[in-house]
Design a protein around this ligand. Structure first.
Ligand code: AMP
Length: 484
């Protein structure tokens, strides 16, 4: 569907054309008319589907220029990166309009943001904490808000923002139109929607919790100690190849590598550098400036490898991402869908590799249950044979070693030791076969090596289930939703 069929203003159509969009994406096709009609909306969309424009375009379309700006649209995002990204999208689509858009987020000095607010704001894009701070201090007035958007609602819940959101909601006029987007639709998100939305229209563009179809998923079973060598061998081959390096920056292949902890991200970033791979790391301990700088360098193609934790990487829009590596499996299975959704965006294709060691089988179990299928296995020189696990009857977080670290067994693993039945499928990962073990021994968990996330206890209850273990079979589809 063409954008002009929505009856959108010319200024916005020109901006869309300048952005290079030809047709509306499915989520845009479904959401834009419904939002324009004034309905509340609960949208369930995969990352990279164009959901920002799905709410930004109808909002921009309805907000008229005022000499004295008043906040008429409020968009809440869970992380500063997502807030900045949404802000940039609003600027892009509203480039030919005279509206004032202000972005508020924590981790940066307030002065600049207060300066922008003093000059007036028609649209505010904010993380909840900073917005409440500035409202408290009298710099923000929310009593004329017409549109209230909650982006990544599931993430907001995970991060414990709900009290803040309720507080913000209570400051808005009762008749504001509300739009809520979530990548997953768990019970808590449904409850929030029931509490805050009025007769919402439900919009869904892809089956729930299904990873983007354009992402090819591959699983590598390996020893924790061999993850580095698998990763560096692959990256040297794909990213550092002469062929890739000779391409113009923007066309070079790139990869995001996800680690579970901040310490893990720093360690891996150093290890990659030692191997001559240019990489940058982002995680919650980096300053806003460092995170922005790392992302800018990665987006521009100056650096082709980004090492990230889930907290820092959620919701990031990186156009043309070729590879996602799950160096560690995520503690929360939802994050698997978000991680791999970084690639294969807006029609591009991508590959997501998951490196899984024995200690992580319980997490793999949760992920495969969520996505409703087994991730196809692929072999490397460092692959081992592992059986997929039965339902875990313990909390894997308490028992699992950090970083999927080396856990006994034969360090000088010889591929002849394992089941070689899938030799024909083995990928041509070149490189030395000896074990690379640059990692330090496992340390007790401190705040640094704890997973970088805050999750509510209730979300993990299914992992501590006391029921007898059930057989992990291929009938995953049938069981897909039952445990969540
Ligand atoms: P989002 O899901 O909002 O993060 O968008 C993902 C990517 O899709 C962004 O890079 C957008 O610029 C891009 N995008 C959004 N809408 C369209 C469209 N209609 N056509 C092509 N690309 C789009």
């Amino acid at each position: 569907m063409k954008f002009k069929e929505f009856g959108i203003k010319k200024d916005i159509l020109n901006a869309i054309r300048k952005a290079g969009y030809e047709e509306a994406t499915p989520i845009q096709e479904k959401s834009i008319p419904v939002i324009m009609e004034g309905h509340d909306v609960i949208g369930l969309a995969q990352t990279g589907t164009g959901k920002t424009a799905a709410f930004a375009l109808p909002i921009l379309n309805s907000i008229e220029y005022r000499k004295k700006p008043r906040v008429r649209a409020l968009i809440l995002a869970p992380t500063r990166e997502l807030a900045i990204q949404t802000f940039e999208n609003f600027k892009k689509y509203g480039r030919y309009m005279d509206l004032r858009t202000v972005c508020l987020y924590g981790g940066a000095k307030k002065g600049n943001q207060i300066g922008h607010l003093r000059r007036g704001a028609d649209i505010i894009i904010a993380t909840p904490g900073r917005l409440l701070d500035l409202e408290n201090e009298g710099f923000v007035k929310l009593d004329q808000v017409e549109y209230f958007v909650l982006d990544e609602a599931d993430r907001m819940l995970d991060m414990g923002f709900i009290p803040d959101i309720r507080k913000i909601n209570s400051m808005l006029p009762a008749n504001r139109q509300m739009i809520m987007f979530s990548a997953t639709m768990e019970r808590a998100v449904e409850n929030l929607a029931m509490e805050m939305l009025t007769n919402p229209v439900r919009i869904q563009v892809a089956p729930q919790n299904n990873a983007a179809d354009t992402v090819e998923q591959k699983l590598i079973f390996t020893e924790g100690a061999n993850k580095d060598i698998i990763l560096t061998t692959f990256l040297k081959q794909e990213i550092n190849s002469k062929e890739n390096q000779e391409l113009p920056r923007k066309d070079r292949k790139n990869a995001i590598v996800f680690t579970r902890t901040k310490r893990g991200a720093d360690r891996l970033n150093k290890a990659l550098k030692k191997h001559g791979l240019m990489s940058v790391a982002i995680h919650g301990d980096k300053t806003q400036g460092q995170r922005k700088d790392a992302l800018d360098r990665f987006r521009s193609g100056q650096v082709s490898i980004l090492v990230a934790t889930d907290v820092a990487a959620r919701g990031l829009d990186i156009p043309k991402l070729n590879y996602v590596f799950n160096y560690d499996l995520p503690e929360e299975s939802d994050n698997y869908v978000h991680r791999i959704g970084r690639t294969g965006r807006a029609g591009e294709s991508g590959v997501a590799y998951t490196l899984c060691c024995e200690d992580e089988l319980s997490l793999l179990y949760e992920i495969e249950k969520l996505i409703g299928k087994e991730i196809p296995e692929t072999e490397t020189k460092w692959s081992i044979h592992l059986e997929r696990k039965k339902k875990p009857s313990f909390d894997p977080r308490r028992n699992r070693r950090g970083r999927g670290g080396y856990k006994g067994g034969n360090k000088n693993f010889n591929r002849n030791n394992r089941n070689n039945s899938k030799d024909s499928k083995r990928e041509n990962f070149k490189g030395n076969r000896h074990t690379h073990d640059s990692r330090k021994p496992h340390k007790e968990r401190s705040s640094e090596n704890r997973p970088e996330s805050t999750y509510k206890k209730s979300r993990n209850e299914n992992r501590t289930g006391k029921k007898p273990a059930i057989k992990f079979s291929r009938k995953l589809n049938e069981n897909k939703r039952s445990a969540r």
